[in-house]
Each structure stands twice: as structure tokens, then as C-alpha cells.
Design a protein around this ligand. Structure first.
Ligand code: PXL
Length: 275
């Protein structure tokens, strides 16, 4: 069984970051170790939340892993809360075994705006961390901030390809832009693999809704699928289909909550996709 380490916050209620990554990666049949970067009552899209930074715990935890000779087949990072955390995570990657796969979801923005607490300078530093990745999975807003490019709502394929080349130019081997579509009824991913100089893309139905946490559902599904032996391209495709199914389940639930998707009800479908 593969073992990964996922580094992101734990929002006690809100269905994002670790409360999404753990169940999805476990459902894939992959062991998920965690390194919590902060504890929040709820994610930052709630009108109120507590935030306890855990930066001070990162190095002692990493040192203990090292002393215990615990290593990981992959590391997957999501929401990171400070400049120091970016540095500590970078150091952890540098000191890990060279064949550890590195997945970075540079969580910090959506719909043209940064989440609460993030700045352009943070995006610049996140771009530096992304240089160490085998795969980065930004949405268009995050990519725009990391490249210091103005966010565009409408785009063509040539523009997406140029952004992807520039993203891998930062150092990552592969970059997959999420939430991409060229028609109003489609949404999916567009990836550039600099190791083979090839592009790939896949879209499915775009629903007339947006839910919080879909990026975390997507990235977790990619990591789980890849660790189960699917290629990166196939893993991204599985994540598109699974995220759509989670959104469909949410839409169909008259009691769905405002803050996240019903990914739990789509887990059997994810497991089916992994067969
Ligand atoms: O879903 C991304 C995410 C993760 N963690 C926290 C967040 C957000 C998005 O707002 O606030 C704490």
C-alpha cells in the first residue's frame, strides 16, 4: 500500500482541505499521513472562524518522521497559511527521498480574487514552491497571480497553452489548469507535461452552480488515483468525473449545506472509476 503525506489546514467544519483529503485518499486505498498547518473552526468563507497557526509544529514533526525513518511515496500540499510554512514545506521536499512524487495545489484564490489573508507576495513565494512539483494544479486565478498576469474570464486555447508553458517554466514538471472550458456547457482540466512536451485535456458537463471545496475534492482525487497506479492524465480525468458527480449529489440534496459538496455520496463512484 502506498503512503502519502498531505500538508494543509484542518477546518473542523466546512468540508475542505484535510477533512476532504483524508476520506478521499483513504477511499482510494492509499494511506494518508497528515501534517496540519493550522486548525480553524470553519473555513475562511464562513462569516466567522478561529485560526490557530501550527507553523511551530512543522519542523519538530518532520524531524521526528526523519528520526523514525518514515518516508512517503508522495507529498500533497494544499492550503498553506504563511511564508514560513512555504519555506518549511520546501525544505521538507528537498530533504525527502528523490523519488517522492510532489503534488502542489497552490490554494489561495478563485474567481479573480485572493482568499482572505493572502497577498501577491504570497503568490510569488507559492510560485517558488511550485518549482519543486511533479504536478501543480492551480485554477486560472491562482495561475494568474503566480505569473503576475491579469486574470481573464474569457480565453482561448492558445492563451491557456501559453500560461501552462509559463507555469512549467517556473520549474514544475507538469501543470494542470483546473476549471477550464471553451464552451459554456463544459468544464475540466488542461495540462502541459514538460517532460514529454505534450498537452492533454478533458471536459465534462458544467453545472450552473459553484460550491466551495471542489478544488480540494479534485486535487485529492488526483493524488489518490495516481497513487493507485493511474497515469497523471487518467487521474486528472477521474478527478473531473468524480468532482462532477459530487456536485450532482449536492444539487440533488434538498438539505445540502451551503459550505461544501456532498463528495461523501460520490465516493462509491470514485472507487468504481479506480477499478
Ligand atoms: O478550499 C480551500 C480552502 C482550504 N482551507 C481553508 C480555506 C479554503 C478556502 O477558502 O479557507 C482554511
Amino acid at each position: 500500500m502506498k503512503r502519502i503525506l498531505t500538508i494543509q489546514d484542518i477546518s473542523c467544519v466546512g468540508k475542505c482541505s484535510l477533512t476532504v483529503a483524508l476520506p478521499i485518499i483513504s477511499a482510494a486505498g492509499v494511506e494518508a499521513g497528515i501534517l496540519p498547518t493550522a486548525v480553524l473552526s470553519t473555513h475562511t468563507a464562513f462569516p466567522k472562524f478561529t485560526f490557530k497557526d501550527l507553523t511551530d509544529e512543522i519542523q519538530p514533526i518532520v524531524d521526528t518522521f526523519s528520526e523514525l525513518k518514515l518516508d512517503f511515496d508522495a507529498v500533497y500540499t494544499g492550503y498553506l497559511g504563511s511564508f514560513e510554512q512555504l519555506k518549511l514545506v520546501g525544505d521538507f521536499i528537498d530533504s525527502s527521498k528523490s523519488d517522492m512524487a510532489v503534488f502542489i495545489d497552490p490554494v489561495m484564490a478563485d474567481n479573480g480574487v485572493l482568499y482572505k489573508g493572502f497577498t501577491q507576495e504570497f503568490a510569488d513565494n507559492m510560485a517558488k514552491l511550485c518549482a519543486k512539483a511533479d504536478l501543480i494544479m492551480p485554477n486560472l486565478t491562482e495561475a494568474s497571480f503566480m505569473l503576475r498576469e491579469e486574470y481573464r474570464e474569457s480565453y482561448d486555447e492558445e492563451y491557456i497553452r501559453s500560461l501552462l508553458k509559463r507555469l512549467t517554466g517556473l520549474g514544475a514538471k507538469r501543470a494542470a489548469l483546473t476549471g477550464i472550458g471553451f464552451r459554456p456547457d463544459e468544464i475540466g482540466f488542461y495540462m502541459y507535461d514538460s517532460t514529454t512536451d505534450t498537452y492533454s485535456h478533458y471536459y465534462n458537463e458544467k453545472l450552473p452552480v459553484a460550491y466551495h471545496g471542489t478544488g480540494d475534492v479534485f486535487a485529492s482525487a488526483v493524488v489518490g488515483a495516481n497513487m493507485r497506479g493511474k497515469s497523471i492524465e487518467e487521474s486528472l480525468k477521474i478527478a473531473v468525473d468524480f468532482t462532477l458527480e459530487a456536485m450532482r449529489k449536492t444539487m440533488a440534496d434538498p438539505n445540502s449545506r451551503f459550505y461544501g459538496v456532498n463528495f461523501e455520496e460520490a465516493l462509491p463512484y470514485y472507487i468504481e472509476l479506480l477499478k
